[in-house]
Ligand binder design. Structure first.
Ligand code: NAD
Ligand code: UDX
Length: 476
């Protein structure tokens, strides 16, 4: 029976997942390790404000289990060696250079973990792939381990991809639609799988635990993300058509989603999907298909990402043409995180849209309830660097940006307001009062890219409004 677990990677997946396992399995001793010491120190902080990942419900669980059966440590090797089961929850970003650049998953972190586990282990281990990985990664890990292991220790690799979504991670972990575990169909593989099944059975009904071969499990994760993102690109692509035809995308989503064969989830229009997973995982799928010579399949999935880029560009173009000239215009950006209820800003649509606005001369006031000022500046800097701008040019562009600490600072003295994240705070703005407070003769244009505002109310107050895919827009 498993008693000690180590999880490598104290990020958005590693920490919430281990916190919930610790809560539901008091007899297990779990240590989350990370090579980033400051991240570990932050998780050990007595003030939950310092925790690096903001996720509703997470703080309370950590307060309950930390230093009882959940520990955070930067002594990676010690905890690898002491554990019977090791989860790999390290990041697997898109490769920035070399073979597969811009598409393939960068497996450097995973490879490093495999080498380290092989080197330091003095007892048998079950290695659990929790990170999202290309299909057949387990084969690669076996090769690495074989090359680096020092003694007769045995290693069994199983796949257990994570399906949580940020902002609802704890809810998702408590009530998973399914837990997927894949293993080699050997006696040792099946035994390793059962030891993990036993842990999940502490709170997941057994009919929700799906057991497959290891390759199906690895590929299911990429395929699930691709199909979720495909729905968003489908509805976003149709939003361009509803704008032209006086149809309304929200009514379309409702009508389509009522068909139980389709279902009503993931049919919300948006400025394009963000987050660390969808784009990276689809590009990885595209790369894998190409590796196997499946060019048509690769192109089919690539189109999901291309429509996402198109939607972002489309929004910039609508703002640009409405304001006629962006130079010297003040624009307020409401929302920086890629969705509400998270501080994660990775791949947020706010980044390219805002960058294009400042490149074209606009000045921005940006407000987000959780994203930190330094993160917003970092995101803009990284994006502008990718456009081959010089340091001097980037510095000058950043001088056009002000990060505000309250929403109200963004609502007045501005030419346009763009809602880019669906934070609840934005739904609660008192527009009537705001209108009275504004000293401007012209009210700001409002671009609601999440369709969360009351367009009829705004119109009645005299605002000119654009909502995605809404044929009734006052701004065409
Ligand atoms: P993250 O960047 O938040 O966390 C990863 C952590 O791993 C970092 O703290 C990093 O310092 C650490 N790390 C990297 N290499 C290491 C090494 N060799 N030794 C020790 N520590 C190391 O990433 P994340 O968002 O938690 O994602 C982790 C994996 O889970 C990825 O493969 C991702 O695709 C997948 N995933 C993410 C989500 C999500 O919502 N973020 C959901 C499902 C699956
Ligand atoms: C996603 C998957 O949902 C999750 O199962 C996987 O484990 C990790 O990747 P995440 O990226 O955290 O989760 O959030 P998700 O809720 O999927 O949203 C991703 C992006 O799509 C966000 O920018 C969100 O605003 C956008 N989105 C979502 C839409 O534009 N429309 C929708 O209908 C739903």
């Amino acid at each position: 029976m498993i008693k000690k677990i180590c999880c490598i990677g104290a990020g958005y997946v590693g920490t919430p997942t281990m916190a919930v396992i610790a809560l539901k399995s008091p007899n297990l001793e779990i240590t989350v390790v990370d090579s980033n010491k400051s991240r570990i120190d932050a998780w050990n902080s007595s003030n939950s404000y310092d925790f690096p990942v903001k996720e509703p419900g997470l703080d309370d669980i950590i307060k309950e289990v930390r230093n009882k059966n959940l520990f955070f440590s930067s002594d990676v090797e010690k905890h690898i060696d002491e554990s019977e089961m090791i989860f790999l929850a390290v990041n697997t970003p898109t490769k920035k250079e070399g073979e597969g650049k811009g598409f393939a998953a960068d497996l450097t972190n995973i490879d490093e973990c495999a080498k380290q586990i092989a080197r330091v282990s003095s007892s048998n281990k079950i290695i659990v792939e929790k990170s999202t990985l290309p299909v057949r990664t387990a084969e690669r890990l076996k090769e690495i381990i074989k090359k680096h292991k020092k003694n007769d220790v045995t290693f069994e690799i199983i796949s257990n991809p994570e399906f949580l979504a940020e902002g609802t991670a704890i809810r998702d972990l408590f009530k998973s639609d399914r837990v997927l575990i894949g293993c080699d169909q050997t006696e040792a593989g099946l035994a390793a799988m059962e030891s993990l099944v036993k842990i999940y059975k502490n709170w997941i009904p057994k009919e929700r635990i799906i057991k497959t071969n290891i390759w199906s499990s690895e590929l299911s994760k990429l395929a699930s993300n691709a199909m979720l993102a495909q729905r968003i690109s489908s509805i976003n692509s149709l939003s361009a058509l509803t704008e032209k035809t006086e149809a309304k995308i929200n009514e379309l989503s409702l009508a389509i989603g009522k068909d139980h064969r389709i279902g009503d989830k993931f049919l919300n229009v948006s400025p394009g999907f963000g987050g660390s997973c969808f784009k990276k995982d689809i590009l990885n799928l595209v790369y894998i298909c190409r590796q196997y010579g499946l060019e048509e399949v690769a192109e089919y999935w690539h189109q999901v990402v291309k429509i996402n880029d198109y939607q972002r560009k489309r929004i910039f173009n609508i703002v640009n043409s409405t304001l006629v000239e962006l130079k010297n215009k003040k624009i307020s950006i409401l929302g920086w995180s890629f969705k509400k209820d998270t501080n994660d800003t990775r791949e947020s649509s706010s980044i390219p849209i805002s960058s294009d606005l400042i490149i074209n001369g606009a000045s921005l006031k940006i407000y987000d309830p959780l994203a930190e000022k330094k993160q917003i500046i970092q995101d803009l800097t990284t994006y502008l660097e990718s456009k081959d701008l010089s340091l001097k040019e980037i510095k000058s562009l950043l001088s056009q940006v002000k990060i505000q600490s309250t929403l109200s600072e963004c609502l007045t003295n501005t030419n346009a307001i763009i809602v880019l994240t669906e934070w609840d705070e934005f739904k609660q703005v008192d527009w009537q009062n705001n209108k009275l407070n504004t000293s401007q003769i012209n009210l700001p244009y409002i671009f609601d890219t999440r369709n969360i505002l009351d367009i009829e109310l705004l119109k009645s107050l005299g605002y000119e409004v654009f909502q995605i895919g809404n044929g009734d827009n006052t701004i065409k």
